[in-house]
Design a protein around this ligand. Structure first.
Ligand code: PLP
Length: 426
């Protein structure tokens, strides 16, 4: 506990959002595996449907297990409210659906998870939402990408596939000047390493599939409402600032104040698009978060040891990890993530494509999968898998050249990880 009135991060990871079940006394939040909830009476039902009372109607919109997860992540991010959905991609879709109209634009960092680049370039275009890409290391270029159609700016705090740390406060200043919300994907950092709202982010999204869950066993996504952006009176965001006929003319930003954005995501976008998280997955992610601080610190410590080892290895050309002093992102990592630069790193193996695939084939302890943020150490060779459809130049621009190998460092004994890498590189 840092102060009598403010529990510490680990305490919140275990207790925020959870209390003994009022009916049974169950100490762990139960899995409310039900689709619907019985109303007290007809007036109660009408009040719930009109957003005049809080409570449960149907698990597509709210569920008590999911609510505990939402409250916990909001507490960890230092924000008033959060909303859990089916996956990280669903979180992004729900956020943009709440902000954008057809023909609108948003500015996104070029250094993003490849799946997000696809989502923005293809699926979002079908909705008429147009992305303008900008290099996150060139804030002038970011400013230059903003037009009068821009509705949001999107970055990752620590970018997948690793090694890149974003100047969140620099982006927040640009967003504030343009009067648009800054959305930060905090998946790779988790709130243990970085709390983007403290640096000026308006909305935070997570693939909870990764470090929040931590055990590679559930898909989930989270949207965090920072609670500060002034939606009210801004006609560019009609989902928040215009009266809603289906809710008796209510204006969501006015009625719900500093959690208006989370309410609009839930009561309009999640309601109509439908990517609800299953209560079982919410339970597993809630359980995973209980050990978040212990796990993240070990991920970071192991990753730094692996990065240092690889950087000194004769079979390795380069290592990209912001925890290394020689990284161009070292200073930003010290400023934004002083406890560690996360668990994901990339490196270039001497010998190019053939050496890259051979290394993956020879590793024994590392699992060859397209995932990150698991207790198990994971490996992938992007050029032969996730990025294989791209042209050679596009692969290199995306940080997925022929020699690149991505590691997601798990919680095993680090000596065993180094030994496995050494035998595979020999
Ligand atoms: C940084 C980042 N954001 C978003 C996503 C998408 O999340 P999900 O796979 O849960 O849809 C991923 C998945 O790898 C990711 O790494």
């Amino acid at each position: 506990m840092t102060a009598a009135d403010e529990p510490g991060f680990s305490t919140l990871s275990i207790h925020a959002g959870a209390r003994p079940d009022p009916t049974t006394g169950a100490r762990v939040t139960p899995i409310y595996q039900t689709t619907a909830f019985v109303f007290d009476d007809v007036d109660h039902a009408a009040a719930l449907f009109g957003l005049q009372a809080f409570g449960n109607i149907y698990t597509r919109i709210t569920n008590p297990t999911t609510a505990a997860l939402e409250e916990r992540v909001a507490a960890l991010e230092g924000a008033p409210a959060a909303l859990a959905v089916a996956s990280g991609h669903a979180a992004q879709m729900v956020v943009f659906h709440t902000l954008m109209q057809p023909g609108d634009e948003f500015v996104a960092s070029t250094k993003l998870y490849g799946g997000s680049i696809n989502q923005f370039n293809h699926a979002f275009k079908n909705f008429g939402w147009n992305v303008r890409w900008a290099d996150p290391d060139d804030l002038g270029a970011v400013r230059g990408a903003i037009t009068d159609k821009t509705k949001a700016i999107f970055v990752e705090s620590i970018a997948n596939p690793g090694g890149v740390v974003t100047d969140i406060a620099g982006f927040a200043a640009i967003a504030k000047q343009a009067k648009v919300p800054l959305i930060v994907d905090n998946t790779l950092a988790s709130p243990y390493l970085i709390r983007p709202v403290e640096h000026g982010a308006d909305i935070v999204v997570h693939s909870a599939t990764k470090y929040l869950c931590g055990h590679g066993n559930s898909m989930g996504g989270i949207i965090v409402d920072g609670g500060v952006f002034e939606w009210l009176g801004d006609p560019r965001y009609p989902m928040l600032s215009a009266p809603r006929p289906e809710y008796g003319g209510m204006t969501l930003a006015e009625t719900f104040g500093n959690f208006g954005f989370a309410m609009a995501c839930r009561a309009l976008s999640l309601r109509d698009l439908g990517p609800a998280i299953s209560p079982f997955n919410a339970f597993l992610i809630l359980t995973g978060i209980e050990t978040l601080s212990l796990r993240m610190q070990r991920h970071c410590d192991n990753a730094l040891a692996v990065a240092r080892h690889l950087a000194a290895h004769p079979a390795v050309g380069w290592v990209s990890y912001a925890g290394l002093r020689e990284s161009r992102y070292y200073e930003l990592a010290q400023r934004y993530a002083p406890k560690g630069a996360g668990g994901v790193l990339t490196f270039g193996v001497n010998g190019g494509y053939e050496a890259g695939v051979a290394l993956v084939a020879r590793l024994r302890l590392f699992s060859h999968v397209a995932n990150i943020g698991d207790v198990r150490s994971l490996v992938i060779h992007p050029a032969s898998t996730t990025h294989r459809q791209l042209a050679e130049a596009q692969k290199i621009a995306a940080g997925a050249g022929p020699e690149v190998v991505r590691l997601s460092i798990g919680l095993e004994d680090v000596a065993d990880l180094l030994a496995d890498l050494d035998q595979a590189l020999a």
